[in-house]
Design a binder for this molecule. Sequence first.
Ligand code: NDP
Ligand code: 8X3
Length: 272
Amino acid sequence: MQAYYLCAALENVLGMNKTILVTGATSGFGKAIATIFAKNGYDVCATGRRDDRLAALKQELESAYGVKVTTLKFDVRNREEVTGAIAQLKEQLSTIDILVNNAGLAAGLSTIDEGDIDDWDVMIDTNVKGLLYVTRQVVSMMKQKGGHIINIGSTAGKLVYKNGNVYCATKFAVDALSQSMRIDLLPYGIKVTAINPGMAETEFALVRFKGDAERAKNVYTGLTPLSAQDIADTVYYCASLPLHVCINDLTITCTNQANGIYSIKDAERVNL
Ligand code: NDP
Ligand code: 8X3
């Protein structure tokens, strides 16, 4: 184990920084993940659709941590954009060491007979097809040396909740794909980790409720939810283990949440 850490330290001293690609790095988990890896000497490839935020992140991380930050603007739902962007990356880089499939969203919260079908398309296209498009391209950059794919699932991918239908289905799909990737990529020494967070305060609820800030805020009142930093710390932990160790599946909630259905407010705690 000591040799592993020594090699990792030596690689960084020699400027052979490892590279992480994070999708959805313009906000929430993705931004915090890009930041913690940059802070620890990784070069970062940050992706998203909002290029003003990508440019600000590049400036912030390069000046604070002296690492190289490449930004790629693409919509994960657009297969041609994904292929073109990663092809461009392949001209600059031979390897991606870690891929974090994080870009995703929930749109709406309605029963199956009332849900907006456009919302269903957006969630399926982003959370499932987008993850597949990106993975297919990046895996080809990992096969020579091995690597680590970290998929951001959800407690919604472990247990369905009322009105969660299509969002839950997409995260169940992420769970199934993580299991499948782990089997298919064994011969290449590519680790696959699924991280399944419960409620965390980011822009997630604002997006789900289409800009209704009050409704979004209400999700988290009366309890302390997870933060983006909590998830970034967890991702970094999983990625920092020795080469022979792979956390397959990790579910993480705040202390007031038991699973995708059961959570309580602080006022319901008997000892607070
Ligand atoms: P945010 O809304 O804060 O961030 C979502 C990120 O995804 C943004 O950077 C956004 O970038 C990117 N994104 C969304 N759609 C696309 C697209 N079509 N193409 C490219 N990028 C896209 O939410 P979170 O950080 O909370 O969410 C990150 C992941 O975590 C999601 O997969 C979500 O399902 C999951 N999750 C969230 C939980 C929570 O409670 N917050 C709990 C469990 C899982 P841009 O708009 O610039 O494209
Ligand atoms: C996001 C968490 O509880 O809104 O995946 O589904 S939840």
